[in-house]
Design a binder for this molecule. Structure first.
Ligand code: HDE
Length: 703
């Protein structure tokens, strides 16, 4: 065999090299984990060419042992995630509310790492289940790490951390057969939920289109709990955090979501990755809702109750800064998998509230990292390391990276000059807000926590007609997957406490009247209440409808980064090219799809369904109606209410299928690639979806 030129590994001479944590593998020869160069990576050591492998083969064992341990336990929840790096910048100093440095210096770009996730599915599950999405942001501030570990919905299912294992057990695949994967549509979940009236508000969100986002880049984020800001004077106010995406908030259709799950389960991960690679950096504005200390009790709900939001009509969201994601991770495992968030990672100026869900989380996150990342030194992994210097007397433990040079590892000390010494508040030491506290030890909730339905109603009433229809159909779908009729009926009965029509529409799909159910006697209702007295406690809502809860009026004025497919055979290629150029000028990502590859085509029809696009155009003389993939392509786009342009005779399609009305449906355009059509097509794409086309799957009636 010809001899290859080998670049020798540089001898590791310097102490700081021992702390290296990256390897680019370029121009380097292959070694064992101990740095021994390997001269044969193809054959194990054997007793003769046909003989058994030898136990002595330390090179084989070095490689296989490491391989055997490549997996770490996945997250108990939020196992499926995608991450990206970026930065955050505040617009104006927020000194009147908080002393947090990164919220006070507009010139400062604070690096961030964001991990988006689904909740219920395993690590390899689809990106498009009906589920809450995690939205966790790690800020590497000059004062240390600050983690805002939120979701894409502003409320949560339960009010107290002690119910979290029950909730998660009920939604995860069932224990006997580990089915279904990444789905709430099964009976243990609905059995639990139908007994938990406090979950009803979040259930409205989960059944809404928010649970099937079009893109991670088009989701809102929420801190969920009420937190505290503290300023230099030691004054505190309450704060709710929001992330507002600059591309607007958009979702896909449910039928589309199920198809994407099959065709491209990495749809969201790919979308985020490609946008960043293309330089289309996703952006969110950070919003805050501020409630002064004196207003703590002025709302009909409790600020500490995580099943409630503060309607924006009562307390407006003030946009105070912007986050931009501009860099993909280099290594998924090292960054996205090993990142460890914790709501207790705080900086001076931001503090906790007594929300009993948040309080429980403060225990859970470090505890889970001990199992997942193997010990207490996970904060030394590159992705978790603060940029601020770390000096303390914590020592040793599994996988310690730091080589502590001092033998003085206690405080107080004189031998180490008293270092590291306690920081004073003036020099940036963290101090908790000295909230006065004196009460009896008790397992109970404040009375306002008993209001379970008023905000579920607020959410339902705030939805547009198509959004309500989607919510009803989501419930019909989910409950149809429940085998035990009594569970389904109890759930429908519970919906009646939210809205009579909602309950009726869901019941209609099962051919039953709305069952009357008594509110379950669970721990959120005092145990000595006689069943006949168990009435829903509904606080009088201060707001009947909240615009911010609907996606109908979100940003719809551009087609930036929208994915458009042009189905074009070789004949249609020139027209496809013109259309592609026009759409690209507006910032769209355009692909030409062809039944048979041609020089202007990007993909073939066999591999590329329309569900992974926002809009389609069909060009050319091909008898499209004869091709099964083309049929699904166009029919799906029509069913999912996407903008469709039919150019150069392609309008024959719908006629052949006996759907002549489709040609007159909103969002369907017919013509040539002249300017008028292109302009209308762009407008139709920007509108996102033309829901007016939809028919009710149970009654067959429009909208
Ligand atoms: Fe979490 N949650 N959670 N959670 N959560 C985890 O921590 C937990 C809750 C959220 O991308 C776990 O490192 C409890 C609310 C996100 O790495 C675990 C309770 C909100 C992520 C855990 C909650 C969240 C997690 C699993 C009820 C929105 C993914 C692995 C008291 C405000 C972070 C891990 C990432 C992850 C516990 C409720 C958001 C087990 C006990 C409410 C975004 O520690």
């Amino acid at each position: 065999m010809a001899k290859r030129k080998i670049t020798k590994a540089a001898p590791t001479a310097k102490a700081e090299d021992l702390q290296r944590d990256t390897s680019d593998g370029m121009e380097q020869q292959l070694t064992t984990a101990q740095g021994l160069p390997i001269d044969d990576n193809q054959n194990s050591l054997k007793a003769g060419v046909r003989g058994p492998s030898l136990l002595e083969d330390h090179i084989l064992r070095d490689k296989i042992t490491h391989f055997d341990h490549e997996r770490i336990p996945e997250r108990v929840v939020h196992a499926r995630g995608s991450g990206a790096h970026g930065y955050f910048q505040v617009y104006e100093p927020l000194a009147k509310w908080t002393k947090a440095g990164f919220l006070n210096e507009p010139a400062r770009r604070t690096p961030v790492f964001v991990r988006f996730s689904t909740v219920a599915g395993f690590r390899g599950s689809t990106d498009l289940p009906r589920d809450v999405r995690g939205f966790a942001v790690k800020f590497y501030t000059e004062e240390g790490i600050y983690d805002l570990v939120g979701n894409n919905m502003p409320v949560f299912f339960i009010q107290d951390a002690i119910k979290f294992p029950d909730l998660v057990h009920s939604v995860k695949p069932e224990a006997h057969n580990e089915m279904p994967q990444a789905a709430s549509a099964h009976e243990t979940f609905w059995d639990f939920i139908s007994l938990m009236p406090e979950s009803m508000h979040t259930i409205m969100w989960l059944m809404s289109d928010r649970a099937i986002p079009r893109s991670l880049r088009m989701m809102e984020g929420f801190g969920v709990h009420t937190f505290r800001f503290i300023n230099e004077e030691g004054e505190s106010c309450f704060v709710k955090f929001h992330w507002k995406p600059l591309l607007g908030v958009h979702s896909v259709a449910w039928d589309e979501a199920t198809k994407i799950s099959g065709k491209d389960p990495d749809f969201h991960r790919r979308d985020l990755w490609e946008a960043i690679e293309n330089g289309d950096f996703p952006e969110w504005e950070l919003g805050v809702q501020i409630v002064s200390a004196k207003d703590e009790h002025k709302f009909p709900f409790d600020l500490l109750d995580p099943t409630k939001l503060i309607p924006e009509e009562l307390v407006p969201v003030q946009r105070v800064g912007k986050m931009t994601l501009n860099r993909n991770p280099v290594n998924f495992f090292a960054e996205t998998e090993q990142v460890a968030f914790h709501p207790g990672h705080l900086v001076p100026g931001i503090d906790l509230s007594n929300d009993p869900l948040l309080q429980g989380r403060l225990f859970s996150y470090i505890d889970t990292q001990l199992t997942r990342l193997g010990g207490p030194n996970f904060n030394e992994l590159p992705i978790n390391r603060p940029l601020a210097p770390v000096h303390n007397n914590q020592r040793d433990g599994h996988m310690r990276h730091t080589i502590d040079k001092r033998h003085i590892n206690y405080e107080p000390n004189t031998l180490g000059g008293g270092c590291p010494y306690q920081a004073s508040m003036a020099s940036g030491g963290f101090t908790s807000f000295p909230e006065p506290m004196e009460d009896m030890k008790i397992r109970a909730k404040s009375e306002k926590f008993m209001d379970h339905f008023s905000q579920a109603k607020l959410f339902y009433n705030s939805q547009s007609k198509p959004e309500r229809n989607h919510l009803i159909n989501a419930l019909r779908f989910e409950l149809a997957k429940v085998d035990t009729a009594s569970v389904r009926e109890r759930m429908i009965g519970m919906l009646a406490y939210v809205d009579g029509d909602l309950a009726h529409s869901v019941a209609e799909a099962f051919g039953i009247p709305v069952p009357e159910v008594k509110l379950p006697l669970n721990h959120s209702i005092p145990a000595d209440t006689p069943p006949e007295d168990v009435q829903p406690y509904d606080a009088e809502p201060l707001v009947k409808r909240s615009k911010a809860l609907s996606m109908a009026d979100t940003i719809k004025d551009n087609i930036h980064t929208r994915r458009v497919a042009i189905l074009a055979d070789a004949d249609g290629a020139p027209q496809a090219k013109t259309l592609k150029a026009a759409l690209q000028r507006e910032g769209a990502m355009v692909k030409v799809i062809a039944p048979v590859m041609h020089p202007d085509a990007d993909h073939t029809l066999m591999t590329t369904p329309s569900v992974v696009f926002d809009a389609i155009a069909v060009v050319g003389s091909q008898p499209w109606e004869d091709l099964p993939d083309a049929q699904d392509f166009v029919r799906d786009a029509f069913r999912h209410c996407k903008a469709i342009a039919l150019i150069g005779g392609a309008d024959a399609l719908f006629k052949v299928w006996g759907m002549p009305d489709a040609l007159k449906a909103p969002g369907v355009l017919i013509g040539s690639t002249d300017k008028v059509l292109v302009k209308d097509f762009i407008q139709a794409i920007a509108a996102h979806r033309h829901w007016a086309r939809e028919k009710d799957p149970v009654t067959g009636k429009k909208g």
